[in-house]
Ligand binder design. Structure first.
Ligand SMILES: Cc1ncc(COP(=O)(O)O)c(C=O)c1O
Ligand SMILES: N[C@H](C=O)CCC(=O)O
Length: 429
């Protein structure tokens, strides 16, 4: 495969952009080789600057749940643009999308739109602190909540991929208020509570983490967190930036039947445009300015183009529950195929899967938290990634990411993915 134009672009990019990319994982450092520069995307495919086509399983890290460049979203964006690109003032669409989100996501009675998942989680923690009058919060090791200072401690995603789970630049003062617990371990939470009585404002987690690779909650874990938070007056925050509108129309909280006090959203909510949101119980959200004292604002928040894209996407998902059946079926077909190949090749790797998200970990041990995810052979993952790329399948360039499937994967494309997977696994062993 020839990637001369991508190579030249990367060389130039490194002169003007740190590391040549605007988000670290894209640089391919964890998997070797040069990143592919993308020119366009359509359905299940992306096309690079050298004219190569790839079936891709990232879908812009989640948002493109119906596939790339969906005509419905494209038309909504074009139509909205005819009226102007930003007003910095309230619009009817903001009200419409807020009402829709509250009807879809069980925990959300009121919602504030922001521009990214990072803004959503930073704001949610501030509101939880303001509401409870407490400073500390608990985060899970290996979970990623964007790049706000207080979250870049034992952070997953690009932070662990680049080997910087605790980022320099985060002050000791900030870090001391972020308490860490292993995911899937209620005893660890109880120990933190005992050591910090009455001091914890919130527990924030990805209910189904995708940022240390995909990991699923043990039975009773989310319910256990709910009980602990009720007992201690702690705000339970589900970061559903990845899982919201993906695992079910109401996210992981609908799927598992556990309702947090606050929820953070992103990705799908913007239909591929830069959007995030945070919401929750009325009495908590009414602490947000100008209803309440906790300040949070945004020049481009509720941007009319982004709202048009998001509203179109959410309306479609709301009215078409069969999307989730299709996604689950595509997920099962792919995962079953990979499992069959692993058995055939005598390999015993761990395959975590839920709905339209999955991760193949290069370890034979169960992966249920950050420590177990780190048992994976990341060098072998890099070889697997490159072998798949050569066969025209573009995976997330890190072991510590989930893959995201879209409804645009036909039977033929699934077959191509599975054939590539089996021959890639053969090649690297
Ligand atoms: C669970 C989760 N929370 C928050 C974020 C941050 O979102 P953004 O990249 O839009 O700032 C991400 C992704 O980056 C995420 O996966
Ligand atoms: N895991 C991150 C978001 O979900 C990946 C996106 C990025 O770091 O660019």
């Amino acid at each position: 495969m020839q990637i001369t134009n991508s190579k030249n672009l990367f060389e130039k990019a490194q002169r003007f952009i740190p590391g040549g990319v605007n988000s670290p994982v894209r640089a391919f450092r964890a998997v070797g080789g040069d990143p592919i520069f993308i020119q366009k995307a359509e359905g299940a495919h992306i096309f690079d600057e050298d004219g190569n086509a790839y079936i891709e399983l990232i879908n812009s890290w989640g948002p493109m749940i119906l596939g790339h460049n969906h005509p419905m979203i494209r038309e909504a964006v074009i139509k909205a643009m005819e009226n102007g690109t930003s007003f910095g003032a309230p619009t009817a669409k903001e009200v419409e999308i807020a009402e829709l989100i509250t009807s879809m996501v069980p925990s959300v009675e009121k919602v504030r739109m922001v521009n990214s998942g990072t803004e959503a989680t930073m704001s949610a923690i501030r509101v939880a602190r303001g509401f409870t009058g407490r400073d500390k919060f608990i985060k899970m090791e290996g979970h990623y909540h964007g790049h706000g200072d207080s979250f870049l401690i034992s952070a997953g995603s690009g932070a662990i991929t680049m080997g910087n789970p605790d980022s320099p630049g985060v002050t000791k003062g900030t870090a001391k208020d972020t308490l860490l617990a292993p995911y899937n371990d209620l005893n660890a939470i109880e120990a933190l509570l005992a050591a910090n009585p009455g001091e914890i404002a919130a527990i924030i987690l990805e209910p189904v983490p995708g940022n240390m690779g995909l990991v699923t909650p043990k039975e009773g874990y989310l319910e256990g967190l709910r009980k602990i938070c009720d007992r201690e007056g702690i705000i339970l925050i589900f970061d559903e930036v990845m899982t919201g509108f993906r695992l079910a129309k109401g996210g992981a909280q609908e799927l598992f039947g556990v309702t947090p006090d606050m929820t953070t959203l992103g990705k799908i909510i913007g239909g591929g445009l830069p959007v995030g949101a945070y919401g929750g119980k009325k009495e908590i959200m009414d602490f947000v300015s100008p209803a309440g004292p906790v300040y949070q604002a945004g020049t481009l928040s509720g941007n009319p183009i982004a709202m048009a894209a998001g509203l179109t996407m959410l309306n479609y998902l709301n009215e078409h529950p069969e999307v989730y059946e299709a996604l689950n079926s595509i997920g099962s077909q792919i995962v079953t195929g990979i499992k069959n190949s692993l058995i055939k090749l005598g390999l015993n790797y761990t395959l975590n899967h839920l709905g339209s998200m999955y991760s193949l970990f290069f370890t034979d041990k169960e992966v249920f938290d950050f420590a177990s995810a780190k048992h994976s052979n990341t060098a072998l993952f890099g070889k697997y990634f490159q072998a798949m790329l050569q066969k025209g399948i573009y995976l997330a360039p890190s072991q510590f990411e989930s893959l995201f499937l879209s409804t645009s994967l036909s039977h033929d494309l699934i077959d191509q993915i599975l054939q590539a997977n089996e021959s890639a696994l053969k090649e690297i062993h």
